[in-house]
Design a protein around this ligand. Structure first.
Ligand SMILES: NC(=O)c1ccc[n+]([C@@H]2O[C@H](COP(=O)([O-])OP(=O)(O)OC[C@H]3O[C@@H](n4cnc5c(N)ncnc54)[C@H](O)[C@@H]3O)[C@@H](O)[C@H]2O)c1
Length: 257
C-alpha cells in the first residue's frame, strides 16, 4: 500500500461511499482506497464470503466497513440494499459501480443466455443501482457517480461481443447522467481500465498467446494491478473532480494511446 499524505487521508472524511461489486479485484482496491481516505464505505456484492474476507482485512487496519449482499440483477434486492444504506447513514455521497462479468466466446457461439447474463450484470445493474441512489443525491444537490467501463467501451475485442456492447452502454449511461444530473450538482463519469490482474482476467492472462500479443500493446510494458485503478477512481469521486463530468478516463498503461 502506498502511504497517503495527510490531506488525502481526510479527502472523504464525513462522506458515505457505496462500492457495488467491491468484494474483490478492482472494486476491493477502490473500497480500500476510499476507506483509507476517510470515507464510511459500504461494499455490496453477490459474493458473501469474499465480502466478509475483505471486511476482515480492512478491520485489521482499524477500518470498519459495512457489507451488504445483493445481486445487481434484482431490482428488489438493489432497492432494498440502497434503502438500507440511506436509512443507516442518511446519505450516499459516492456511488462506484464495479460489478461485472466477462466470458470470451466466439460470436457464432454466443447464445441469448450469455448475452442477457452479461448485459444484466454489467449494464442493467448499473442502471438499477443508479436509479435507486440518484434521488437521494438530487435531494442533497450533490453526489459523485463513477462507473466501471473498459477500454472495450471504445476498442472492440474479438470474442467479447456482449461484454463490449455492455461496456459501451455503461459509458453512454454515465454520459447521459452527466447531462441530466449535472444541474443538480451531481457528477457522473466512467473509468476505462486496460488489462488488470484480477479473477476476471485470470483465464485470459493464463493464455500465453494472448499475453504475448497484449503486452506489446501496452507502452507501460506491464499489466495493471487493481490499485492502479483505485487512485483515478478516488479522484473522480472527490471534490477535485467537481468540474469533470461525462468523461471516460482510460487507465490502461497507454494501451489506447
Ligand atoms: N480486470 C480487468 O482487466 C478489467 C478491465 C476493464 C474493465 N474491468 C471491469 O472492472 C470491473 C471489476 O472487474 P474485476 O476485474 O475486478 O473482476 P472481479 O471478478 O475480480 O470482480 C467483479 C465483482 O463483481 C461481483 N459481481 C459479479 N456478478 C454480480 C452480481 N450479479 N451482483 C453483484 N455483484 C456481482 C463479483 O462477485 C466480484 O466481486 C468489471 O465491471 C469489469 O468489467 C475490468
Amino acid at each position: 500500500m502506498k502511504t497517503l499524505r495527510s490531506a488525502q487521508r481526510d479527502r472523504f472524511r464525513g462522506q458515505v461511499a457505496l462500492v457495488v461489486g467491491g468484494a474483490q479485484g478492482i472494486g476491493k482496491a477502490i473500497a480500500a482506497r476510499l476507506a483509507r481516505e476517510g470515507a464510511q464505505v459500504v461494499i455490496s456484492d453477490i459474493d458473501r464470503p469474499m465480502m466478509a474476507h475483505t471486511a476482515r482485512g480492512l478491520a485489521q487496519e482499524g477500518i470498519s466497513i459495512m457489507t451488504f449482499a445483493c445481486d445487481v440483477r434484482s431490482r428488489r434486492q438493489v432497492e432494498r440494499m440502497v434503502a438500507s444504506v440511506i436509512r443507516r447513514y442518511r446519505r450516499i455521497d459516492v456511488m462506484v459501480y464495479v460489478a461485472g462479468v466477462a466470458k470470451g466466446v466466439p460470436f457464432v457461439r454466443t447464445d441469448e443466455k450469455h448475452w442477457d447474463w452479461t448485459m444484466d450484470i454489467n449494464l442493467k445493474g448499473a442502471f438499477l443501482v443508479a436509479r435507486a441512489v440518484v434521488p437521494c443525491m438530487i435531494r442533497r444537490r450533490r453526489g459523485k457517480l463513477v462507473f466501471m467501463a473498459s477500454t472495450n467501451s471504445w476498442d472492440a475485442e474479438a470474442g467479447l461481443a456482449p461484454y463490449n456492447a455492455s461496456k459501451a452502454g455503461v459509458f453512454l449511461l454515465a454520459k447521459t447522467l452527466a447531462r441530466e444530473l449535472g444541474p443538480f450538482g451531481i457528477n457522473s463519469n466512467a473509468i476505462g481500465p486496460g488489462l488488470i490482474r484480477t479473477r476476471l482476467t485470470a483465464p485470459f492472462i493464463k493464455d500465453a498467446k494472448f499475453m504475448h500479443k497484449y503486452k506489446n500493446l501496452i507502452p507501460a510494458g506491464r499489466l495493471g494491478e487493481p490499485e492502479d485503478i483505485a487512485g483515478p477512481a478516488a479522484f473522480l469521486a472527490s471534490r477535485d473532480a467537481d468540474y469533470v463530468n461525462g468523461v471516460l478516463l482510460f487507465v490502461d498503461g497507454g494501451q489506447l494511446a
